[in-house]
Design a protein around this ligand. Sequence first.
Ligand code: PHE
Length: 346
Amino acid sequence: MSIELIDRVKHLIEEIKNSKPGTREELEAFRLRFLGAKNELKPLMGEIRNIPDELKKQFGQFVNEAKLAAEAVFEAVKEKVEQAADEAAIQQIDLTAPGEPMPLGSRHPIATTHMNRIVEIFSRIGFTVAEEREIEDDWHNFTAMNTPEDHPARDMQDTYYLKNSTEMLLRTHTSSVQARVMTAQKPPIRIIAPGRVYRNETISARSHCQFHQVEGLYIDEGVSFADLKQTLLYFAKEMYGVNSRIRLRPSFFPFTEPSAEMDVSCFLCGGSGCRICKYTGWVEILGCGMVDPQVLENCGIDSSRYSGYAFGMGIERQAMLLHQITDIRLFFENDVRFLNQFRAAF
Ligand code: PHE
């Protein structure tokens, strides 16, 4: 009985020493059989109580030898087997497979695209881009632009002033760029100024506390209202189609005199009347006028020699009408489900 048990252990030792697990699966089977929680050596060790005392020690040594042999085999082949498995996995990678498509980022598909188009249209007739600071001082945003101290636009309600400041603010319009350029350059001046502006408005579907404007300014000798009108007509035709018409309505801005608001014939119905133009045939696009001589003087330009025109337009509102977007907040939420719909808009 005990001889038989000893023989079994000896056979196991032989078997262990001769085994060559070559794959991950074979190695795992080997581990379970000889080293795992339910390995074959454990029940053999339990048999020690059936071994006569004088052989117990020898039997124990054999079982232990079997265990050490199993550990030695396992350690010896483990690394080789893992390496072979990794190599096999690499072999399975198809290097000729086409790559995963990676979505490209883009400019804001509506606001920036629309703004860039406007800038491009004016660049073609000699306007150069002027970009200026968004954090402005009171003088460039208001005083130079002929906006008196008690003007409601200066109110804390409408303007974001910097903390503890009555002087520094977030520009409320791109007209501040007019003052920047006129104080830094000599006429002739012909600039187009795109950028972001801020107003302390309650955020709703129709208004936001930030939006974009494009400002235009032209100063030279003998610039007239006719030049303004022709330039704006050119713009309307380039932007909204060759059949577009414009109309100028008298208006008021502190920094232009006379001032006007420009409508373009509705780009959806062509002027016959529809939902977009509220059945008027016209869509309001921008404010404009002849630069007030006082503004020229404020900026150090001789108003007896030079005259000029300026215009300014909001971007989001135009883009909303064009794409029939009913909520301005969508522009600033960066929801790709919204943005993706306009990727190929232009
Ligand atoms: N700055 C004006 C506004 O924000 C627009 C404007 C610009 C009007 C230039 C006239 C001339 O509404």
